[in-house]
Design a protein around this ligand. Structure first.
Ligand code: 2AL
Length: 244
């Protein structure tokens, strides 16, 4: 099985980290193809970044369909373009926020999310609502780390994230921590060990869920709103994206 893991931002070091996290959990027969678009924001920290990143993301899904990919992971915690990607993909497409929250809900009665900036925290709150996770999500916490702080070995990011996870476990009545950025994927195991509670990285969770869905013979439903987009011309520079 081939799973394409798409980092929708254009920072290659983050894509390498995401690819390593995906390969660390993938089954022996699973090939992980980790990519990022070559155009778009270097990090995704708001609605505008997300909207612009979706063009590059959808190009990668189109290319994946042409190459016969079995399933996809959108490796950004805002899950940008998730439903649009599902419309054009045959196999399953999972976002890392969605995957991590669902995984957390299966192993704890409540979880907290530890994410990057306050504005990103608000976006994650929207996703909690959209995914029907209010019943499980005790709190979404911001660290005020920028996404690219996670790529800077000299930043204090790891310690700041660990401290916020500790506060979540002490104050939120929570049983598990969801890491709210793909750039945190490399911290999962050590943090889990250090905190003595499950820490869930959405990249790993999404890879295992795609493997499970493909293993069950399940693909994205083409009945209803996730059917292939309606054929029509698109004007101007975006004509190449027109549904065929
Ligand atoms: C993210 C993420 O996972 N990648 C990125 O560029 N921005 N999300 C976040 N919550 O900071």
């Amino acid at each position: 099985m081939r799973i394409k893991v798409i980092n929708p931002n254009t920072t290659a070091s983050m894509t390498s980290k995401i690819g390593a996290a995906a390969r660390a959990v993938a089954a022996p027969g699973t090939e992980i193809v980790a990519v990022n678009p070559d155009k778009g924001p270097v990090s995704i920290e708001g609605h505008y970044d997300e909207a612009v990143s979706v063009i590059g993301l959808l190009e990668e899904v189109h290319a994946g369909e042409a190459a016969g990919v079995d399933g996809y992971v959108i490796a950004c915690f805002g899950d940008p373009g998730l439903l649009a990607a599902r419309e054009i993909a045959r196999g399953p497409v999972l976002g890392i926020a969605e995957a991590a929250m669902h995984a957390a809900s299966l192993i704890a009665t409540g979880f907290s999310v530890v994410t990057t900036l306050e504005r990103t925290r608000i976006i994650a709150e929207h996703l909690v609502e959209a995914y029907g996770m209010r019943r499980f999500c005790r709190k979404v916490r911001a660290t005020e780390l920028a996404v690219l702080d996670l790529e800077d070995a000299t930043s204090k990011a790891r310690g700041i994230i660990a401290a916020e996870c500790r506060r979540a476990l002490a104050e939120d009545g929570t049983g598990a921590i969801v890491l709210g950025c793909a750039g945190m994927a490399d911290l999962t195991r050590a943090l889990s060990h250090e905190l003595g509670a499950p820490v869930i990285d959405g990249v790993g969770a999404a890879v295992k869920l795609v493997e499970a869905l493909v293993g069950l013979g399940l693909r994205t439903s083409k009945h209803g709103d996730l059917a292939l987009p309606i054929r029509k011309p698109y004007a101007g520079d975006l004509a190449y994206l027109a549904p065929r």
